[in-house]
Ligand binder design. Sequence first.
Ligand code: SF4
Length: 689
Amino acid sequence: MSMTCTTCPYCGVGCGVLASADGTIKGDPDHPSNFGRLCSKGSALGETITLEGRLLAPMVNKQRASWEEATALVAEKFSAAIKEHGPDSVAFYVSGQLLTEDYYVANKLMKGFIGSANIDTNSRLCMASSVAGHKRAFGTDTVPGTYEDFEEADLVVLVGSNLAWCHPILFQRLVAAKQARPDMRVVNIDPRVTATSDLADLHLAINADSDTALFNHLLAEIASRGAVDDDYVAKNVNGFADALAAAQDSDVSSTGLSAAEIEDFTKLWINTERVVTIYSQGVNQSAVGTDKVNAILNCHLATGRIGRAGMGPFSVTGQPNAMGGREVGGLANMLANHLDLENPDHRDTVQTAWNAPVIADHAGLKAVDLFQACADGKIKALWVMSTNPAVSMPDAANVAQAIENVPFTVVSDILKDTDTGALADVLLPAAGWGEKSGTVTNSERRISRQRAFLPLPGETRPDWQIICDVAQKMGFGEAFEFTSPAEVFAEYAALSEATAKFGKDFDISGLAGLDEADYDALKPTQWPIRANGSTTERFFADGGFFHADSKAKMLPVKPPKHAENGETFRLNTGRIRDQWHTMTRTARAPRLNQHLAEPFAEINPTDALRLGIKDATLLRISGEHGSAVVRAMITSKVQAGTIFVPMHWTAQFAASGRVNHAVAPVTDPVSGQPALKGADVTVAPFEAA
Ligand code: SF4
């Protein structure tokens, strides 16, 4: 059986996979992300390929319909809403599961032809604070380094990242590097002890959301101990004095760490030149996420430890194509190719390249605001693509009601029975992993091909094709006459050629003119890929930032006040090792379900004793808007006053365990990212009604 070279559809590591139609799965030894390795989820991909539960034909009002009927109805309803209520009365909510080509046409339709920027994505829940922090500091959304930096660093600092479970192959690379170089040091900054902590020489069980206080303290010590790279700062950085003043004004005691722990960390960081700081959802999913990101970036900018081998800040993304979505402008506050909605030259160039009748000129609704607008009756037509917000959004029960409140809702998905699909007027059957082709970009800016190795089942279609069909029926014919993902990618690369004049970081103009054969043969490759063939492996070693004066900005950031509250618990939600998001695929693999079979709450022994909760009994977690019932797992891995609950379970698998029902829709004011790790809840033994 021949094997097809493709990419894993789960996390942002972006591992290369060899797959065949009989379900055989192997790691691709030639892919530079994983060199043949696969984690438990990736290696079980073959077991998740099944037609059970698949949506195989379009449905209108729960009745089978033809594609012609269904897409004509979608086009008619969206067109009518726009005509009657204006372009901002419609919205798309899309997904980091979409391929770049799907994202590209969805964004083109919404921003260039409908004329609204109401397209946001579940990646808003994953890395929006990193994007905003990058833009504030660097002038654009640039990840400066590469995965090799993890292996070449002498000190790796993991902040709010359970890399061992959430990005397992990167963790395996780190373990191997540490075994090969025993002098390498690893620091794990996380309120909770996780599998990642096992690798750490130093685990700092920091109070939640006190990362800014810790990194501000580090910046102040960098300055007082003479470790600032004065030359680098003078040439390449603005805002040093203000950032330092804010840092000196911070109180590190809010971290809850001992003076000895803080000093160990400070000395290690300052005395090690090759330092990489890796951060993830523990930093991003917070009401102060963007400030936390900038507190980390400040330390790297002050020391010039950025863009050189083994040095730099590094945001690891959750979704397989969170990065690709950012590139094509799949966020409500971005244009394509890292260009700015607010910039008239940027808008004109994109509009001209698309030959579009309009172009959105103001930011659209970010995820939480988008569903609030649904609840408020402002959205008249909504299209949810490849995601399940009725489970995954904070305040999920109210999000479900908000979707129900929209006069016309379309859901395109691979499954017929999702919590969100149950609310749809029209269900459109999408092709799944292994059935469609395109590209994804991983956390280190590497574009890889996903290739089909299975026939399209039933009447399913790739997302790009579904979107183009609706766009054509809305009267935008020529601009959406693509016949293959290669054609979409070619236009995207040509757009990059047109926008290269702005000198932004994102540039794939070197791929313009790719034909079908070139596209099919495309090897994993990191952007930028410029028209003259040049690239940049790492950014910013010699400055060259993307603000107008080519300098970076250090931001004065203040830590939030640490509030002790004896009444409520701080709820931390997250992933477990063997499930992916709302389990629509991973739950189909028996061996993945064996790891942790049901929803649970890690609770500290002192809290359990105080509340009379026994191990493995049920407890109720209640927020302002809803509650979840899960099994207690008593462990000192979580601090007193906090609990950890995985986010995966849906109505299909454990209705009572939908933890996002208890999470309030609080967001970071800069990035709009929800604080999925920072809800105030009460906890009590469960008593059946
Ligand atoms: Fe897939 Fe991520 Fe595992 Fe790699 S590390 S195999 S991309 S889930």
